[in-house]
Design a protein around this ligand. Sequence first.
Ligand SMILES: Cc1ncc(COP(=O)(O)O)c(C=O)c1O
Length: 427
Amino acid sequence: MSTAPPIDKLLSAKPATPKHPQIGAPLTTRPLAVLGGPPLFNQPLHVGRPNLGDRDQFDALVDRMFENRWLTNNGPIVQEFEGELEKLTGAKHCVALANGTLALELMIRELDLTGEVIVPSFTFVATVHALRLNGITPVFCDADPETHNLDPHHAAQLITPRTSGILGVHLWGRPCNVDALQEIADAHGLALLFDAAHAFGCTYKGRPVGTLGDAEAFSFHATKFVNSFEGGAVATNDDDLAARIRQGANFGYSPSDEVEALGTNAKMSEVCAAMGLTSLSSMQDIVETNRRHYRTYGALLSPLHGLHLIEYDETEARNYQYIVVEVGPDAPLTRDELLAVLRAENVLARRYFHPGCHRMEPYRTEQPNAGRALPGTERLASQLLALPTGTAVDDQDIANVCDIIHQAYDAAPLIRAALEKPVLTDR
Ligand SMILES: Cc1ncc(COP(=O)(O)O)c(C=O)c1O
């Protein structure tokens, strides 16, 4: 394994020093795997390996579930989980659901959106599929190159008589420009909703995510910093909307056991809520770990030109669950070349999000010219790379990942020649 110096030593170095005294030169003499050396990591180092929380707490909740003989259908553990979500977000209602995609689908359907909805192309494809599965045409809005979120100026230009709403995504836990979007929505009588899959525990101007727009959808998928194995929730202050989502998630059954509307099965089970509660108990520790990792990456990568770690506003609540770097045109290697270097070392960095949704089916066929209006999206999709973090990763892993990147910078011409035609897939 690497001979990287202790992390404290690395962090205490002044970031302004042009060449870091310890990491300016390669930390190891080991040849990079992409140039024929053995991989630095014996086991794959993943992005989004689950945070597990306290096993004893989880086991006690599962015992309770067995004692109750209540496994699903709005059981007491789901109700407790919803109560905790409501406390944490300040939203009047948090309806726990089977996953984040169903949360999006139900939120869109129960808000009666029709026709066209403005949505970023630079997002995980579930955001856009949730519209299309509701028979709505997604109208792709460009990403602001600074914030990576919906560009409100472009959003305003996309409004037509068929537009019924704007669906923003708080990417990396950094909320959209909510005020600007709300102004546009109000001026045109549109619904404003958010995919908050990345933004649980975050704030916008001090207001918790979960209370913004008409409604927001969370994901508690295993890869999210708070997880319930699979899970999601819709947060809203609207009593009627919350009741409709609850009914829609349970085949259209009303509380008096009659089917009163069209519905699906999107209920969260008790065991998932048990994991959700376990995860919530560790939430602050996970955020602390993520924040420490973020700072470590920042210190170790700062001497590298053309590589820019995204910024988190420390005056707002952030979950720091994504370590995203922009590999700019002045870096000695492209994003895809760097990815090939890391993957050869068993570091399974991810191209979040590549390509933009407008380049995926069915949108690519339905809207073949969409990319022309999305230069910011095209740039981000070709330059961003997500690196491993979370409680499954330790300081030494991060030092090793950064060591690989430093070595790759030093050996860039050799790597470029060796890679000729990299074949990359996002798994
Ligand atoms: C931005 C975004 N939206 C929606 C989803 C879908 O959530 P889920 O996997 O819980 O269905 C995810 C991730 O999984 C996501 O990253």
